[in-house]
Design a protein around this ligand. Structure first.
Ligand code: PRP
Length: 179
């Protein structure tokens, strides 16, 4: 399986250091609060587990799975909830934890939804930001790495449900997703 990877972008060690730094930053910014860390399944689960353990403070955790509506997603304004939170977000300081922001559509819709539901604040913490691909008016508040538009896998990210368990972030060989 590792042969399917063209190049390692970030090693396990590099990622661990970066995520520890993000955790420390969040701990400083949210000191005295009890933020609700919201993991967006599936891709964010690895980042979420490391990030929350790098936060030296009380945090609550919840999980959501969403998907934008197919090709019409850009203009439809809709978001499909595949799995909703277990606790209400009203009055909470929510930190959305995502693996990657691409067009930004999913996060734009999700942020709007959480605000509508009465969250006190909604911030976004994304492991990866493909900034050049952004079409929706949304920005991450905390970012692990800004990356080019490459097909990346590992550290939670998949291609056809494979590679999520790779401990590093790699660029997938073109022949794998074009065959
Ligand atoms: C990915 C990622 C974001 C979204 C980003 O999820 O986790 O949720 O796409 O794309 P956008 O910025 O263009 O909206 P995906 O649908 O691949 O699901 P997964 O996390 O379960 O793999």
């Amino acid at each position: 399986m590792h042969n399917d990877v063209e190049k390692i972008l970030f090693t396990e060690e590099q990622i661990a250091a970066r995520v520890r730094a993000l955790g420390a930053e969040l701990s400083r910014d949210y000191a005295g609060k009890n933020p609700l860390m919201l993991c967006i399944l599936k891709g964010a689960f690895v980042f979420f587990a490391d990030l929350t353990r790098a936060m030296d403070m009380p945090v609550a955790m919840d999980f959501m799975q969403v998907s934008s509506y197919g090709a019409g997603a850009v203009s439809s304004g809709n978001i499909r909830i595949l799995k909703d939170t277990a606790v209400p977000v009203a009055g909470r300081d929510v930190i959305i934890v995502e693996d990657i922001i691409d067009s930004g559509n999913s996060l734009y819709r999700l942020k709007g939804l959480l605000k509508e539901r009465g969250a006190s604040s909604v911030k976004i913490c994304a492991f990866l930001d493909k900034a050049s691909r952004r079409t929706a008016p949304v920005a991450a508040d905390y970012v692990g790495y800004v990356i080019e538009d490459a097909f990346v896998v590992g550290y939670g990210l998949d291609y056809a449900e494979k590679y999520r368990n790779f401990p590093y972030l790699g660029i997938l060989k073109r022949e794998i997703y074009e065959k």
